[in-house]
Design a protein around this ligand. Sequence first.
Ligand code: ASP
Ligand code: MG
Length: 402
Amino acid sequence: MALIVQKFGGSSVADATCIQRVARKIVDAKRQGNEMIVVVSAMGDTTDILLDLAYSIHPNPNPRELDMLLSTGEQVTIALLAMAIDGLGEPVISFTGGMSGIITEKVHKKARIQSIQPKRILEAISTGKIVIVAGFQGVTDEGNITTLGRGGSDTTAVALAVATQADQCEIFTDVDGVFTADPRCVARAKKLETIHYDEMLEMAKLGAGVLHPRSVELAQKNKVRLVVRSSFSDNPGTLICEDNLMEKVVVRGISMDDNIARVSVTHIPDKPGVAFSLFSQLAKKHIGIDMILQNLNHEATNDLSFTVSKDDLQDAVTVSQDFLKDLNNKGSLDVKEAVAKISIIGTGITSSAEIASRLFGTLYELGINIDMISTSEIKISCIIDSVNAVRAYEKLHAVFLE
Ligand code: ASP
Ligand code: MG
């Protein structure tokens, strides 16, 4: 008998028909002899709708109350799914994050899981029940409800797989698996049979959208067998795993993220501690920073640029303005929202200059200027104007993957 954690995203449980379909899938898996823990997201766009509602009432909603509100989205789904499974004649019980024993740090809107005591889950499983858990939420040790950040249900699923020592964690979504590019943007994108954790982590971080990056990190650290597959078909999906049998360096995927913005503080003093003072304040506000670039100007001043997700832009701007004030307004602030990040991913990609040269050459041929570049062992990312993003995305896919 295998213990399986399945997770169904918002689009898989968007309405009553979808919930019935998901219920049948879960019951089928149970009747094949598996023990089932199921994590679900809020139905369809519920989280966005709740957020809009909150912002229509207050320009800057209290984070604790925002978590209180957003966590209700998942709570609706668990109850409805449990009813649907009950209707199919299988014993079932639903739990919120807190009831599942998911304890998080005391941070709202993007809390990290600190520990899980899955006592109630395991008890229910041992009596033959299917357990349905609300994704994306936990409680602090004081009992306040927290949420894990947008897309956080994936992380709930993997964390539960770790805590219960499940045999497999299956993430069900509206596409067939992990693709070489987003199939909604690049028609010729192909599904991958397998992908290495490292490559998947980069794809997830770079905005590929299929998995929450923290879920991949957690799966890799704990060697969880992680599968991404479609809730609308029985196709096998993509297995995210450890082996990378290919010695040849290849580009495995291309991703594009236009949900980012660039923030620059220019003409700031060139002396020790300046970057520290800005980034420590950003860290205190839990603002996720992606690329960082510093360039030297004349007259001993620097320009410092970084990218953030659009959700964090307002906070990043406030921190940067305060930072400049502390420098007696010696520098200035420059923000650009219409940027996109285009990245190519593959193990060992920066070990030769050949791939970088083809990337830059392709952008040059398209007449596209590169604002910022960053590299790691397995990716090269470029910031470009967002008007050029789709054109670059399609052309790079053709050059590297077709
Ligand atoms: N409902 C949350 C969101 O939309 C969490 C999730 O779907 O994973 O971000
Ligand atoms: Mg979602």
